[in-house]
Design a protein around this ligand. Structure first.
Ligand SMILES: NC(=O)C1=CN([C@@H]2O[C@H](COP(=O)(O)OP(=O)(O)OC[C@H]3O[C@@H](n4cnc5c(N)ncnc54)[C@H](O)[C@@H]3O)[C@@H](O)[C@H]2O)C=CC1
Ligand SMILES: O=C(CO)COP(=O)(O)O
Length: 320
């Protein structure tokens, strides 16, 4: 089976490397010629500068040619996924489209598999998500992720196609749970970073992680997801990683907010737009997501970290 990667960022390049170790020769689509040049001629990717790529990994700016592979890994930021799919002329009928992004689309208020289903209704949508830093995958360190696909047979084929000696994939048909876990953990990671940056301490972070997990499961259950999906790699697993590691951009963005420091605007921080999208979605569905709402307020300058923490502490007391 042929696999290609659309998007030459850190995660797309790491996944191409992972595939290359299993004998695949993946092509990467990049939107700019300079990145293609770097991959094809210098065997390096701009977003993973410390890694040398094998010459079995090649790149192209011709998206229609690259998109002919049977499996396409869609590794662009969440808010660019719709734009990416609209660049491809073909309907991609019967092809497996694996979202490798985490978030909720602001225009459609759906996760990545919903965006795929709207843009390419004859394709088979799936999502690869869970706790992994691109750098760890690129270095072939042990990693376990969730592969979610409603089509059981396609999900099983993808699980085998994308697993490697170091990258172990668990399978589920619950795409809603898998994508909401990955989306919401980034929002909670911003909250945790802000809490630590503001000097509130590890106990406060543990409280945010736990009550954040309650928000993740509440919204997911309202949308029909299974609780055990959220308790898996794509929910609890990724929450644990992202809320505790300074390798996470979402966590570091939160740290900067808490410390009152600037943050590099070129870095992909999915939780900011996701906080806005889930706050809107929750209002529409009548679901209470106070931490996510505060992350949206703080990250858009609507309130301060101190005020947000005060608001959360002073909400009416309730049962756990
Ligand atoms: N970096 C990581 O450790 C991991 C990232 N992810 C997810 O992968 C997704 C991508 O993140 P990264 O690869 O880290 O981002 P990145 O910032 O390293 O790269 C993003 C890539 O997407 C391209 N891009 C942006 N907008 C585009 C558009 N409209 N059309 C086409 N290409 C576009 C950029 O040129 C760049 O090559 C995110 O949703 C992230 O949450 C998931 C797991 C791990
Ligand atoms: O999704 C990730 C880890 O699973 C990567 O986290 P960041 O996007 O916060 O860097």
């Amino acid at each position: 089976m042929s696999v290609a990667v659309l998007g030459a960022g850190a995660f797309g390049t790491a996944l191409a490397l992972s595939l290359s170790r299993e004998g695949h020769a993946p092509r990467i689509w990049a939107r700019d010629a300079a990145t293609v040049e770097a991959i094809n001629h210098e065997h390096r990717a701009p977003r993973l500068p410390a890694i040398t790529l094998p010459d079995t990994i090649t790149a192209s700016t011709d998206i229609d040619a690259v998109a002919q592979a049977e499996t396409l890994l869609l590794a662009v930021p969440m808010q660019s996924l719709h734009d990416l799919l609209s660049r491809i002329a073909a309907p991609l009928a019967g092809q497996r489209l694996v979202a490798c992004c985490k978030g909720v689309d602001l225009a459609e208020l759906t996760g990545p598999t919903g965006v795929i289903a709207h843009a390419k209704p004859r394709a088979i949508p799936a999502i690869l998500t869970g706790p992994s830093f691109a750098d760890d995958i690129a270095r072939n360190l042990p990693t376990a992720l969730t592969l979610a696909c409603r089509d059981e047979a396609a999900g099983e084929a993808l699980q085998h196609e994308l697993s490697t000696g170091a990258l172990r994939l668990y399978r589920t048909t619950d795409t809603t749970g898998a994508e909401l876990g990955g989306a919401l953990k980034n929002v909670i990671a911003i909250a945790c970073g802000a809490c630590i940056g503001e000097g509130m301490g590890d106990s406060a972070r543990a409280a945010l992680m736990t009550r954040g997990f309650a928000e993740m499961t509440r919204l997911a259950a309202r949308l029909g997801a299974r609780p055990e999906t959220l308790a898996g790699l794509c929910g609890l697993g990724d929450l644990a990683l992202t809320c505790t590691s300074e390798l996470s951009r979402n966590y570091r963005f939160g740290l900067a907010l808490g410390r009152g420091e600037n943050f590099d605007a070129h870095l992909t921080v999915e939780g900011v737009k996701t906080a806005e999208a889930v706050t809107r979605l929750a209002a529409k569905l009548g679901v209470d997501l106070p931490i996510c709402a505060m992350v949206h307020e703080v990250s858009t300058g609507g309130t301060s970290v101190t005020e947000a923490i005060r608001y959360l502490l002073n909400r009416p007391l309730k049962e756990e």
